[in-house]
Design a protein. Structure first.
Length: 149
């Protein structure tokens, strides 16, 4: 396994992985029209211009099995779409990627968000030092939990 900065050519594979990884979130929310499932390659390419996107590669199979993206604004790092292929979850890969993106943007304040229904995500981020600082009701059935470290 190796963590590398993603290239523009990696974006189609990262988008496919994103859609696979977010199916569990869509099921949890009973909403299959969430943004990560609707995101287009053009939208991801636009994100690529302002985000650092890391990929975790299974070198033996030459496949991208995890990814995370982040960007800096006003001395704050916004982390998004930490994704791990379902077959590789619960092996510490998400933690490894999170630590790598934090190291990439060392000594900053990090911010991310997840759904209030995503108990696994909330536990994961808390275990990695993130604390809730805000909640935002997006719709009657969706509340986002903002966390920082």
């Amino acid at each position: 396994m190796e963590i590398l900065k993603a290239s523009y050519e990696d974006l189609p594979k990262i988008l496919d992985l994103q859609k696979l990884a977010y199916l569990s979130e869509a099921k949890l929310l009973n909403n299959y029209s969430i943004q990560p499932l609707r995101q287009t390659l053009a939208e991801l390419a636009n994100e690529f211009t302002k985000n650092v996107i890391l990929k975790l590669v299974n070198k033996g199979k030459n496949e991208i099995i995890a990814s995370v993206r982040a960007y800096e604004e006003n001395n704050r790092i916004y982390i998004g779409k930490l994704i791990v292929h379902p077959d590789y979850q619960n092996q510490g890969l998400g933690t490894n990627l999170l630590k790598n993106i934090e190291t990439y943007f060392a000594n900053k304040t990090y911010e991310l968000f997840t759904s209030s229904k995503s108990q696994r995500n909330l536990f994961f981020y808390q275990k990695n030092g993130y604390r809730e600082f805000k909640r935002q009701k997006v719709s009657t059935d969706l509340e986002l939990v903002y966390m920082e470290k």
